[in-house]
Design a protein around this ligand. Structure first.
Ligand code: LRH
Ligand code: MN
Ligand code: MN
Length: 424
């Protein structure tokens, strides 16, 4: 773990500059009628969960180039998540993937407590075969033609709920790779009927205070048709299952140029948005760092969230879902957490009354300029001040590098094998 003194020493060098920048931004925002303290308070309360699987180098299906000190198991992963939260003060929860992270619940709880972490949504995995598994998921899982394979997939989801229940999670995220690779391979209607029947069995085992999220993805690994391919199907699923069922939007799971912020708006309007997997992409499900390719799109998603902030019943789980090929995963996850916070802070700056006025008057130019005014504002001093006040680092990546954490863990974590193929 990174010692407090290292963070304090790094912060001491940057604190005066930050205070000056914060004051200047405060004066600027005051002229726009915005109270910087109120924005900072909201940013400080905002948290995004880290995916356990993101702490290791992901790679692609062609190759994986692991770095030094890769986590060996979930307890190393939780240590890394502890570092991320300590430095950014923005990632209080970790999302687990079962069976990758399977371990005794008491040990998971103890390790999380050590770092002041909680557990976000649980993820089931029926897109891969595990050693010793009776039935293969090669031709599907929850929608498989074989009832025994479906039963096995249902059972795995129930087990994932059980593990989550013991560690204080409150939701299950279901993403399946089921679909088909060739026209005619599957009857799309029958397949979806089977999927719904299986999900109803899982839903029946959901604790009263839990939610279930269906995560859609346009394609991959199925290259012709995917059972849960878009938000329309995901919405149908949530309606079929009942009031504890919601849709999860992974930003990388859409066709290029799809208006994701509009999907977000629709799901909010009809009370079915449950959460996010944040990442960024240029071509497909690239799983690049959030905000690294299209920061404006991330901002526009947050613009919808802030617009609906006071909507009764809206409660969202914000999670990151990334795969890191060429960067240190800890650094990428910290950078993403900060980008997500940045998009939130910028969206908070939008003058909503003015925007509504321009929309009513059909003044397209001024309406879009009003949004841009939020996006163009450099809110870094707000984010950094929120971190400083919470005991985090003014500059998390620089402080992480100074700490020598990666070299230190590399001494006890053996170099991991270079394998072909990463995770999706
Ligand atoms: C699928 C996905 C889904 C999985 C994760 C590893 O592409 O986004 O959320 O659980 O990647
Ligand atoms: Mn995802
Ligand atoms: Mn994905």
């Amino acid at each position: 773990m990174i010692d407090k003194s290292i963070i304090e020493a790094a912060n001491a060098k940057a604190a005066d500059g930050l205070r000056a920048d914060y004051e200047a931004l405060g004066a600027h925002l005051a002229r726009r009628g915005i109270d910087i303290e109120a924005v900072k308070a909201k940013v400080a309360k905002f948290g995004v969960a880290v995916p356990s699987w993101g702490t290791g180098t992901g790679g692609t299906r062609f190759a994986r180039f692991p770095g030094a000190g890769e986590p060996r198991h979930i307890f190393d992963k939780l240590d890394d998540c502890g570092v991320i939260h300590r430095l950014t003060a923005a990632t209080p929860d970790v999302s687990l993937h079962i069976p990758w992270d399977k371990a005794p619940a008491a040990d998971l709880r103890a390790k999380a407590e050590e770092h002041g972490l909680g557990f976000a949504s649980m993820n089931s995995n029926t897109f891969q075969d595990q050693e010793g598994q009776t039935h293969s998921y090669k031709y599907g899982s929850l929608s498989h033609t074989d009832p025994a394979t479906r039963a096995q997939a249902v059972e795995h989801n129930i087990e994932t709920i059980e593990i989550g229940r013991e560690i204080g999670s409150k939701s299950l995220t279901v993403w399946i790779g089921d679909g088909s690779n060739f026209p005619g391979q599957s009857n799309m209607t029958r397949q979806f009927e089977r999927y719904l029947a299986s999900m109803k069995e899982v839903y029946a085992r959901l604790p009263d205070d839990w939610r279930i999220y269906s995560e859609h993805k346009i394609y991959e690994p199925a290259f012709y048709s995917t059972v849960v391919q878009d938000w329309g199907t995901s919405y149908l699923i949530s309606k079929e299952l009942g009031e504890k069922a919601y849709c999860l939007v992974d930003l990388g799971h859409h066709a290029p140029n799809v208006n994701i912020e509009m999907i977000v708006a629709r799901l909010i309007q009809f009370g079915k948005l449950g959460g996010f997997h944040f990442n960024d992409s240029k071509y497909g499900d690239d799983d690049l760092d959030a905000g690294s390719i299209e920061p404006y799109r991330l901002f526009l998603v947050f613009n919808e969230l802030v617009d609906a902030e006071d909507k009764p019943g809206l409660s969202l789980e914000h999670m990151i879902d990334q795969s890191h090929n060429v960067t240190d995963p800890i650094e990428s996850l910290m950078a993403s957490a900060m980008e997500i916070q940045r998009a939130y802070a910028q969206a908070l700056l939008v003058d909503r009354a003015a925007l509504e006025g321009f929309q009513e008057e059909n003044d397209a130019l001024m309406a879009t300029a009003t949004l841009k005014a939020g996006f163009r504002t450099d809110v870094e001093p707000i984010l950094a001040m929120a971190r400083l006040e919470a005991g985090g680092a003014i500059d998390p990546v620089a402080t992480f590098r100074q700490s020598g954490y990666r070299a230190e863990v590399a001494e006890v974590r053996p170099k991991s094998a270079v394998t072909g193929g990463g995770i999706v």
